[in-house]
Design a protein. Structure first.
Length: 602
């Protein structure tokens, strides 16, 4: 029955049996031949409710614009093409099939993603930055039935499929996605009620501890994540988001794409990230020659990007600097968010000074759960070092890693006055379903709940929790109570030295302007168990500030940190490097770094 209905939904002819809904702003045509048909999923319900003439997507470099009406029309066309392609591969390739795609960030990516959702299949986004071997691993692990590629990446797609997929019973079929042209018009919309519950997205972990795992995020989970953020961060149709992030990670996909689509916001793509390009775009509306462009109101990136922007600001000419000050001011840039890695305190402070008082909002999330914790919209709720409160619909608890006891709210202080640390555990509708085809890994990461409310997901991240004076009184119903402070990863960021537990992230936050980038790690020590070490990249503008005019070094660092940190927390060893290798979201693999810098025995 489902196959029969889907054939009608995805055929070029109008469906015979349609369940019509009187959703606000949705026009049900008198002549069904003029309608585009979509499954009655929340994402399509939301997009169809927006003004069809409002701008959905902008390609920043070319200034091409696509409206919400055009987006739905093009998704309809792509949906029909994809459905026919899947039917040609297998008559039973309907619902729940993995569809991998290699398409550049922008309008065509959005159309491709939504067309996969419309066919009730699982989207597997790939990164063009990955080598062919890594792409093959994902294709093989996900058992993708097809690989959709844009013309730009066709050669890479062909190279990927050329060899190395012998273990698959059915090798993925390559299909080229044709570029969508501007101004393709729009149709009226019909939403069709069908039992579609197999679709969603599969994102792969960074693979820092093992081979990357496929994280299955059903459509219901993606919807819950987007709705949670929509409420917490107050996305609106007036928001204009500058998108510079990769789209094979949760940050770029849910925070900066799906949620603004739910809200009817405008998404302007500028990828890959370019420092000068971002400064020029932010400044443009406040310069005479660029006043036709709208101000950017929403910007969400990783700390590395904020550091690179801050490091290049002094090189800009005076008019551009003045325009940027206006662009970053709170009345223009409504929301600036930092995530995916710890935000150093000097970076946060420098951005506030540059922007005339705009404070970066920190939040906490991961591939498996989307966003889980966030500071509030009020500046008083953006506390240094804190990632805020549980987001709407998210349940959070802290569990002592040694005793496995839940740390109850109000009992976070030990008898000796120290704060209790615990692993963050989460549950709720925003949590992923499973690691694809990996029952063992899935079962190991969940623990049963004793209250009948379902299993808890073990994040592996350690945090403390405490009340903060002046915070949590802004009126946002979710942003109240004790705030959470991330201490680091259970395995790599909690350093045990001389019987004390040290947070690597706390030290990284306190490193001074002399340090452009830093990774604090634990190195094996016979005397201390572990000793604290720092691997840093010096800031060229401040590198010659050591005693006697010498290059800034370990004694300078120790003197500078003496007034900020307990002595046992101050790094005993310092290594200066030219750069720190990171993944696409600005995260450092510390285990690999320790072996590379300090040797395998460390």
């Amino acid at each position: 029955m489902l196959t029969h209905l889907l054939r009608r939904l995805h055929s070029s002819k109008p469906p015979i049996a349609i369940a019509r809904h009187n959703w606000r702003h949705i026009t049900i045509p008198h002549h069904p031949r003029m309608a585009s048909t979509f499954p009655d999923l929340p994402i399509f319900r939301a997009i169809a409710s927006h003004d069809p003439q409002s701008t959905a997507i902008i390609h920043s470099k070319s200034a091409q614009r696509y409206t919400y009406g055009e987006l739905l029309k093009d998704v309809e066309d792509a949906k029909v093409q994809l459905y026919n392609q899947l039917r040609s591969i297998s008559p039973e390739a309907i619902g729940g099939q993995r569809v991998a795609f290699l398409v550049e960030n922008g309008y065509d990516y959005v159309v491709t993603l939504l067309s996969i959702f419309a066919c009730d299949n699982i989207a597997v986004p790939l990164s063009s930055a990955f080598p062919a071997s890594e792409l093959r691993y994902i294709l093989e692990n996900s058992e993708a039935v097809t690989l959709l590629s844009s013309r730009k990446f066709q050669d890479k797609a062909e190279e990927t499929l050329k060899e190395g997929l012998e273990h698959l019973q059915r090798k993925p079929v390559l299909n080229v996605v044709e570029k969508r042209r501007q101004g393709s018009g729009h149709d009226d919309i019909q939403l069709v009620t069908l039992p579609m519950n197999k679709g969603g997205m599969m994102l792969y972990t960074s693979g820092t501890t093992s081979r990357p795992k496929g994280v299955l995020l059903p459509e219901s989970v993606l919807t819950a994540q987007a709705q949670s953020l929509h409420k917490a961060w107050n996305y609106t149709p007036r928001d204009h988001l500058l998108h510079v992030l990769p789209l094979h990670h949760i940050h770029g996909t849910v925070n900066a794409l799906l949620t603004p689509l739910f809200a009817g916001s405008t998404i302007e793509f500028m990828f890959p990230f370019n420092v000068d390009g971002v400064w020029e775009r932010l400044a443009a509306p406040f310069l005479a020659e660029g006043q036709s462009k709208e101000p950017i109101t929403f910007f969400t990136v990783v700390p590395t990007i904020y550091n690179r922007l801050l490091g290049s600001h002094d090189k800009l000419d005076a008019p551009t600097q003045e325009a940027i000050k206006k662009a970053l001011a709170p009345e223009s840039l409504r929301l600036n968010i930092s995530g995916s890695a710890a935000l150093p305190t000097p970076t946060k402070k420098s951005w506030t000074e540059l922007s005339g008082g705009n404070v970066l909002l920190e939040r906490y999330g991961m591939t498996e759960v989307g966003m889980a914790l966030s500071c509030g919209l009020d500046f008083k709720d953006r506390v240094d070092g804190s990632v805020g409160w549980p987001l709407p619909s998210v349940q959070v608890r802290l569990v002592d890693s040694d005793t496995h006891e839940v740390i109850q709210i109000g009992r976070e202080i030990e008898k000796d006055g120290k704060e209790k640390e615990g692993e963050i555990q989460l549950r709720g509708p925003t949590v992923f379903k499973e690691y694809w085809r990996n029952e063992k890994a899935t079962s190991e990461e969940f623990v049963p709940g004793k209250d009948g409310g379902g299993k808890w997901f073990k994040t592996g991240d350690i945090a403390t929790r405490r009340m903060v004076d002046g915070a949590g009184n802004s009126g946002q119903d979710w942003a109240k109570g004790p705030m959470y402070f991330i201490r680091g990863r259970k395995s790599t960021d909690i350093i045990k030295t001389g019987g004390e537990k040290v947070s690597a992230l706390e030290i990284e936050r306190e490193l001074l302007p002399q340090v452009a980038e830093a990774a604090v790690v634990g190195v094996a020590s016979e005397q201390w168990g572990q000793k604290v070490a720092a691997v840093i990249v010096l800031n060229p503008a401040h590198a010659q500030t050591g005693k006697g005019g010498k290059t800034w070094g370990i004694m300078d660092m120790r003197r500078a940190l003496k007034e900020k940190l307990a002595n046992y927390k101050i790094p005993q060893e310092l290594k200066v490097v030219e750069s720190l290798s990171k993944n696409a979201m600005g995260k450092i693999n510390k285990k690999s770094l320790v072996k590379e810098i300090f040797g395998s025995d460390a």
